[in-house]
Design a protein around this ligand. Structure first.
Ligand SMILES: [Zn+2]
Length: 302
């Protein structure tokens, strides 16, 4: 008898040391979406985006979109950045076909973290795939956690002024899920420290108050750029290309340029929420001036 086919198998947890910290990237879920275009570049730049995909040996019609929260154990506190899709598709009819079920809690468990171990939940921004795992049936999933939330981001969703049509339901979700947690939250601005070694960086654009975070221990330094770049080829090689889910498109472009420049110049390791798993890598600037995503090799394993 020939051996039977076992199906695809992919890793969902990766952990490494950063100085005295432990950093784990944990894939909550992923979807395969159709069409890099028109999401990237609209109809106008469809040919350019497809050419870029072909040049990078990736499919022009479909792309994998992972959702990867980051867990940092500083030795004093367990810090979780973003919470995945959680139970959104079960609890909201509108999201059924659009978001995958979240698996963060069970995958954290297999990495040795219980929900009650989480001391701090940091929200990089308020989009559904980042806040979805905060509550289940209205109850906080991480019962002992305090929350750290960008003040500008919170104000935007809380006030609900100038919310574009495509984000109206997102605003409803935010009010339902995040606003009730405000009494356990600290509101921060770019430059502020979350816990010793973790500091917020201005990344406004993709969402009104998106924050990136530098993570530093014993001279080792990295950045969690969350959704600053949403695709490892298109957004990194062509940060100028507009993306439909960027709330302020021009500001998102300026942020990508600034963060890519910083990552390249400071030779930072990057964790990116939507980068191919394990979602960590570097950025290299070619002689042609083009930035490229360089997936992590074994640098952090030594
Ligand atoms: Zn996202």
């Amino acid at each position: 008898m020939p051996a039977s086919m076992q199906g695809e198998m992919q890793p969902t947890i990766y952990r490494f040391k950063l100085g005295g910290f432990e950093v784990a990237t944990i894939m909550d879920s992923k979807v395969v979406r159709s069409g890099l275009t028109p999401s990237f570049g609209g109809d106008k730049q469809a040919d350019e985006v497809k050419a870029l995909a072909r040049a990078n040996r990736i499919d022009t019609e479909r792309y994998e979109h992972p959702f990867t929260p980051v867990v940092v154990n500083t030795g004093k506190e367990l810090v979780l950045f973003d919470t995945g899709n959680g139970w959104l598709r079960e609890e909201h009819e509108q999201l059924k076909g659009r978001l995958p079920a979240g698996h963060l809690v069970e995958r954290m468990a297999s990495a040795g973290y219980k929900p009650e171990d989480v001391d701090v939940v940091v929200l990089t921004h308020g989009h559904p795939d980042h806040i979805g795992g905060l509550t289940k049936g209205g109850q906080p999933v991480f019962p002992n956690a305090r929350y750290v939330i960008g003040a500008a981001e919170f104000d935007f969703w809380h006030k609900g002024e100038n919310v574009r049509e495509a984000r109206k339901f997102n605003r409803e979700l935010y009010v339902k899920i995040v606003v009730p947690l405000a009494n356990r939250a600290t509101f921060i601005k770019p430059g502020d420290e979350v816990v010793p070694g973790i500091r917020a960086v201005d990344a406004f654009g993709h969402s009104p108050g998106l924050l990136d975070f530098t993570i530093e221990s014993e001279g080792k330094r990295m950045i969690n750029w969350a959704d600053t770049c949403n695709h490892y080829v298109i957004a990194v090689q062509r940060p100028d290309i507009h993306l439909d889910v960027d709330d302020d498109k021009e500001k998102a472009v300026a942020t990508r340029m600034r963060v890519l420049d910083m990552v390249d110049k400071e030779n930072l390791l990057v964790a990116g929420y939507h980068m191919p798993f394990p979602g960590i890598g570097y950025v290299e600037k070619g002689k042609d001036g083009v930035y490229r995503w360089v997936p992590h090799g074994y640098q952090m394993n030594l």
